[in-house]
Design a protein around this ligand. Structure first.
Ligand code: 5GP
Ligand code: MG
Length: 177
């Protein structure tokens, strides 16, 4: 699947820029006088995190976690593991904002929420650039949500297919040629 696929633009870099600015406004407003810990989910959130944090006027810190990936498959296996975690002391009593590329079935983010909540943070919120609500299997709500996408395979702006296409500046769908 997708071996001969071409990326086709769904949301342009200008639309992404406007969206990231809006997400940053919301976070700046909600965390005024706080110092949240932004937790980026590797690797897909790397571009979102770096663009978003430069629009934040509040103080922030960053950390990264990694979840077991789909590998070559385009479907979540339902058995997501935290493969790179955070020490309890980094999370305890902190205001956490998870930064993730896309909320799809919700399995990955619900797993990560459970993992972080066990470490007793002061609060945990979720920020995603993309939401694919038609595929939800587990109820998870994003507190900060960028753009809604259809049930298509998305690449670009950090999102990959088989580790390719992360560097595309636009949000694209893969189309078979
Ligand atoms: P979930 O556990 O919500 O089904 O999936 C979340 C993860 O699956 C995302 O962090 C992302 O890595 C991957 N994913 C889900 N949908 C897509 C998609 O359309 N394109 C890409 N590249 N990854 C996706
Ligand atoms: Mg991901």
């Amino acid at each position: 699947m997708f071996h001969n696929a071409q990326p086709k633009v769904l949301y342009s870099r200008q639309q992404i820029e406007t969206t990231v600015a809006r997400l940053a406004d919301e976070i700046n407003r909600d965390y005024r006088d706080k110092r949240p810990l932004l937790v980026g989910v590797l690797k897909g959130s790397c571009i979102l995190l770096s663009d978003l944090m430069r629009q934040l006027t509040i103080s922030v810190e960053i950390e990264f976690v990694a979840l077991s990936s789909y590998g070559q498959s385009t479907q979540s296996s339902g058995r997501v593991k935290v493969v790179k975690g955070l020490r309890d002391s980094l999370v305890r009593d902190r205001d956490i904002v998870i930064i993730e590329d896309i909320l799809d079935t919700g399995i990955s983010l619900s797993r990560l929420l459970n993992y972080l909540k066990k470490k007793k943070p002061a609060s945990v919120k979720i920020c995603v650039l993309l939401d694919k609500p038609s595929r939800r299997k587990v109820e998870v709500k994003a507190d900060y949500c960028g753009l809604v996408v259809p049930d298509r395979f998305i690449v670009g702006y950090g999102l990959d297919w088989n580790e390719q296409f992360r560097q595309l500046p636009d949000i694209c769908v893969l189309e078979e040629k």
